[in-house]
Design a protein around this ligand. Structure first.
Ligand SMILES: Nc1ncnc2c1ncn2[C@@H]1O[C@H](COP(=O)(O)OP(=O)(O)O)[C@@H](O)[C@H]1O
Ligand SMILES: [Mg+2]
Length: 348
């Protein structure tokens, strides 16, 4: 058994709605690719996964469809998810001597049902892991941020990913309050596409909207005046056209979505047990996920909630790095994650 343990390696898997990351024990992050699959409509065969599938975005022939199987934060397409996990784990094992994995620590949203938890576990087992440790996403984030998760002090984590924003208060190794809303990075992109369509009668694709968000987007007014030229298809002539878009426009396009994230965080603080809120006021809110990188998102949330907001280090890899820390010391975290008396969770 000991020999097997040495031969098999442990992995940490972040099944994000937008990005799929894998941490391999003693190695670090070995996979960081989009959670995207290209499927042939005629045969239902998987054509490409991850980066390869992304290359097809916006250039897909009619018989190919692109699937984001985790779009809503839950596994909406179980079989495709299983394919993705298998594909990436196979890719890692091809480069080494082993073909199976010892423990796989997998991050999951806090609102999964028992059946959904089981389905994630089964997918990972069938992809070659001998044992699965499910870790609630905010816990993985907190470990990645080196917060003291086993203590009875509450910490609030707001993770703005692609498909969902997960707001949680964690204590003693578990989420005690949690809420998931479907307003996050993808919604910001949709807001931008709609704005450009209404304002300029111009059609742009999602990659262009994403570039606008990252390059000129912000949650609050900023000092530098940013602008960017983008190309799209003019709806009246059908021809390509170039326009210049400014930060103020992108901000106003995303304003409603950003505001509702702020309001949800505020409501949770108002509705949570006072002793938890007391800790949060003292320690501040930790902001993770790709959405934490939006300019001024931290300042915006600070203004809305009157609580200090800290953006975690490298918000896009925080969860998988947390899983990495967990698999480097499984005995310790297994106890923290499963055996302790945990307060009953509240889903607000
Ligand atoms: N610099 C940035 N500014 C704003 N949004 C960003 C930035 N970088 C990444 N994002 C957004 O973050 C989201 C992905 O975040 P991630 O935490 O990987 O999501 P998930 O965990 O759901 O896969 C995408 O919507 C992406 O557009
Ligand atoms: Mg995530």
């Amino acid at each position: 058994m000991k020999l097997l343990k040495n031969l098999y390696k442990s992995v940490g898997i972040d099944l994000g709605t937008t990005n799929f990351l894998v941490y391999l024990k003693n190695r670090g992050i070995v996979v960081d690719e989009p959670t995207l699959v290209a499927i042939n409509n005629r045969t239902n065969q998987v054509l490409a996964i991850g980066e390869e599938a992304k290359k097809m975005l916006d250039r897909t022939p009619a018989h190919v469809r692109l699937v984001k199987p985790l779009s809503g934060g839950v596994i909406s397409d179980f079989e495709v998810t299983e394919e993705i996990i298998k594909y990436f784990l196979r890719k890692i094992s091809e480069k080494s001597l082993f073909s199976r994995f010892h423990v796989a620590a997998v991050s999951i949203p806090t609102n999964l049902t028992e059946v959904e938890r089981k389905s994630v576990e089964d997918a990972v087992l069938s992809a070659g892991a001998t044992k699965v440790l499910l870790v609630e996403e905010p816990i993985a984030s907190a470990v990645g941020t080196r917060l003291p998760i086993e203590e009875a002090t509450a910490n609030m984590i707001v993770d703005i990913g692609g498909g969902t924003t997960e707001i949680s208060i964690i204590s003693v190794g578990g989420a005690v309050v949690s809420k998931s809303i479907k307003i996050a990075g993808n919604k910001f992109n949709e807001d931008i596409i709609r704005f450009i369509k209404n304002e300029y009668k111009l059609l742009i694709g999602e990659p262009t909207a994403e570039n606008l968000k990252i390059n000129v987007g912000s949650a609050i007014p900023i000092e530098d005046k940013l602008e960017m030229k983008v190309r799209g298809r003019d709806m009246s002539t059908g021809l390509p056209k170039e326009i210049t878009v400014r930060d103020i426009q992108i901000r106003s396009a995303m304003q409603k979505s950003i505001k509702s994230i702020g309001e949800t965080v505020k409501n949770i603080l108002e509705e949570s047990p006072p002793e938890l809120v007391g800790d949060v006021l003292e320690r501040g809110i930790f902001l993770s996920g790709g959405g934490a990188l939006l300019r001024g998102m931290d300042k915006f949330l600070e203004k809305e909630t009157q609580v200090d907001v800290t953006v975690v280090d490298d918000p896009l890899t925080c969860v998988v790095r947390g899983l990495g820390i967990i698999i480097e010391d499984i005995p310790r975290y297994e106890t923290i994650l499963s055996n302790q008396e945990k307060p009953k969770p509240i889903n607000l």
